[in-house]
Design a protein. Structure first.
Length: 133
């Protein structure tokens, strides 16, 4: 049991170190009109709904999230939508080290081009970083 857990920890550590950051130069960061429509359909009503009911939640979309890697460097990922237990104010990025935790909720709008990355790689990354949903 301990050996299996150690192997999984080592595998997770290697995954975190080799995960390719989301950057503007990345081909998956280009969005279609369909993606933009889906994003607006998710973010705008969620912000409106939570605005009155959950003042403890910050909601955003297409915001860079910076997170610490096991080797002390930092990585970044760009979920299509996120909700975090954090103060509401305008941001240019979400820094996990400064905010105290990774966003509790992340959402990806999946396209054929992003299918594997969104459903497998990013899902694993979000789980390792502490996303609840």
């Amino acid at each position: 049991m301990i050996e299996a857990r150690t192997r999984r920890d080592e595998d997770d550590h290697a995954f975190l170190l080799t995960f390719i950051d989301d950057t503007e130069e990345s081909p998956w960061m280009v969005a279609s009109d369909y993606h933009l429509l889906a994003l607006n359909a998710a973010v705008i009503p969620t912000r409106t709904y939570l605005g009155r009911r959950r003042p403890d939640l910050y909601v955003s979309g297409e915001l860079v999230v910076r997170y610490p890697k096991p080797d002390g460097s930092s990585g970044q990922v760009g979920p299509d939508m996120l909700a975090a237990y954090a103060p509401r104010h305008l941001r240019t990025s979400f820094d996990v080290a400064k905010e105290g935790a990774f966003p509790a909720f992340v959402l990806e709008i999946v396209s054929p081009e992003s299918d594997r990355r969104d459903k497998q790689d990013k899902a694993r990354l979000y789980d390792l970083l502490g996303a609840r949903e």
